[in-house]
Ligand binder design. Structure first.
Ligand SMILES: *[C@@H]1O[C@H](CO)[C@@H](O)[C@H](O)[C@H]1NC(C)=O
Ligand SMILES: *[C@@H]1O[C@H](CO)[C@@H](O)[C@H](O)[C@H]1NC(C)=O
Ligand SMILES: *[C@@H]1O[C@H](CO)[C@@H](O)[C@H](O)[C@H]1NC(C)=O
Ligand SMILES: *[C@@H]1O[C@H](CO)[C@@H](O)[C@H](O)[C@H]1NC(C)=O
Length: 285
C-alpha cells in the first residue's frame, strides 16, 4: 500500500476526527512522521451531571473521545467549564480525570460544558481543542415558589450544638402541611432527615441536631422541603461550614479586675469566616 492509497483509506473512515496514526501501521508510513500529527480530536462523550442525593454536591462526568488511543507522545486533557449562578460567571477547570465534583445550589439551573484538549508531540507541540459538549441539570420546580421556607438561620452554639430555625413560606395552606429538613456532608453515605424537630403548633419550624454526626471545615448541605395536602412544596437549599456559624453563649459576668478597674465580658455573634472567637468588652469605671 503506498502513501496515497493509505491516506485515502483513512479519509474514508467515518471517524469523528482524522487519526492518522491509526492508519500508519503500514510499514511505508512508519518513517513519514509528518503525516502522524493528529489534525482533529473528538469531544468527550456522554457528558452527564449526576445528583447522588447529596443536596448540592454534583458529579460532572464524561468519557474519553471516540476512537482515541492514548499514545506516549500525546497528552489528553479536558477543559471543563461550569456556570456558577451565584457568581454569575463560568468557572474553568483543566483536568486529566473524567470526573469533577462541585457544589451547586440546586434551586438554580446547573450548566456544564467540556472539551478535549490534546497537547504533546503527536500534534507537533501545539494544542488541539475539540468542540464543546454541553449539558444542564434543571432545578425541580415542584410547588409554588412562595411555599418555600423563609429566614433560615443556623447557629452552632459553643461549637457543640447545631440548631436551625425557619419561618413558613408566604403561601402555605392553612393546615395540613409540614416542612422536613435533610442534611448531608462528605462523611455521610446518604442524606439523613432531622431526627429532632423544633415544633410550633405541631409544625416543624426548626431542627436540633443533637446526636447528629457533624464535622467542621466541610460543607454541610441542607435541604428543607415540604409537603401539603395540595402536593409538594418548593425546596430550599443551604450550605454552611460549622466553624463559620459559631455563636458563643453569653457569659453573664466575668469578674476581672485590672488596675482597679472592673471589666465585663459579653459573648458575641461570630458570623465571620474566621474561627477565632472574638469577645466584646464593656468598660465600667
Ligand atoms: C512542526 O513544528 C515545527 C516547529 O514549529 C515546524 O517547523 C514544522 O513545519 C511543523 N510541521 C508540521 C507538519 O506542521
Ligand atoms: C424574613 O424574610 C423576609 C423575606 O423572605 C424578609 O422580608 C424579612 O425581613 C425577614 N425577617 C427577618 C426577621 O429576617
Ligand atoms: C425531601 O428531600 C429528601 C432528600 O432529598 C427526599 O428524600 C424527600 O422525599 C423529599 N420530600 C419531599 C416531600 O419532597
Ligand atoms: C469580684 O471579685 C472581687 C474580688 O475578689 C469580689 O470582692 C467581688 O465580690 C467579685 N464580684 C463578683 C460579681 O463576683
Amino acid at each position: 500500500m503506498d502513501l496515497k492509497t493509505d491516506l485515502r483509506l483513512c479519509s474514508l473512515l467515518p471517524l469523528f476526527f482524522v487519526h492518522w496514526t491509526a492508519c500508519s501501521a503500514d510499514a511505508s508510513l512508519e518513517t513519514n512522521h509528518i503525516t502522524n500529527f493528529l489534525l482533529e480530536v473528538g469531544p468527550p462523550q456522554n457528558l452527564q451531571i449526576i445528583d447522588h442525593g447529596h443536596l448540592g454536591e454534583l458529579h460532572i462526568q464524561w468519557q474519553a473521545p471516540i476512537f482515541f488511543k492514548t499514545e506516549d507522545e500525546c497528552l489528553l486533557w479536558y477543559g471543563l467549564q461550569y456556570y456558577s449562578p451565584d457568581q454569575k460567571r463560568w468557572k474553568r477547570v483543566t483536568t486529566k480525570l473524567l470526573k469533577f465534583i462541585v457544589h451547586f445550589n440546586l434551586e438554580k439551573e446547573v450548566k456544564a460544558k467540556v472539551q478535549s484538549i490534546l497537547t504533546g508531540k503527536c500534534i507537533n507541540g501545539t494544542e488541539l481543542r475539540s468542540v464543546w459538549v454541553e449539558t444542564a441539570l434543571h432545578p425541580s420546580l415542584q410547588g409554588n415558589v412562595d411555599s418555600k421556607i423563609r429566614n433560615m438561620s443556623c447557629f452552632y452554639y459553643n461549637r457543640e450544638r447545631l440548631e436551625c430555625r425557619w419561618q413558613k413560606g408566604n403561601k402555605v395552606p392553612s393546615h395540613g402541611y409540614n416542612y422536613y429538613l435533610y442534611y448531608w456532608h462528605k462523611k455521610m453515605d446518604h442524606a439523613l432527615e432531622c431526627s429532632n424537630y423544633i415544633k410550633s403548633d405541631g409544625y416543624n419550624i426548626g431542627c436540633n441536631f443533637a446526636g447528629a454526626y457533624l464535622i467542621e471545615f466541610t460543607d454541610l448541605n441542607i435541604c428543607v422541603n415540604g409537603s401539603s395536602s395540595h402536593g409538594n412544596m418548593r425546596a430550599a437549599y443551604f450550605t454552611y461550614e460549622l466553624q463559620n456559624i459559631v455563636k458563643v453563649d453569653m457569659i453573664d459576668k466575668l469578674n476581672l479586675t485590672l488596675e482597679n478597674k472592673e471589666y465585663t465580658w459579653n459573648g458575641v455573634w461570630l458570623p465571620s469566616k474566621s474561627h477565632i472567637i472574638v469577645w466584646n468588652m464593656k468598660f465600667n469605671t
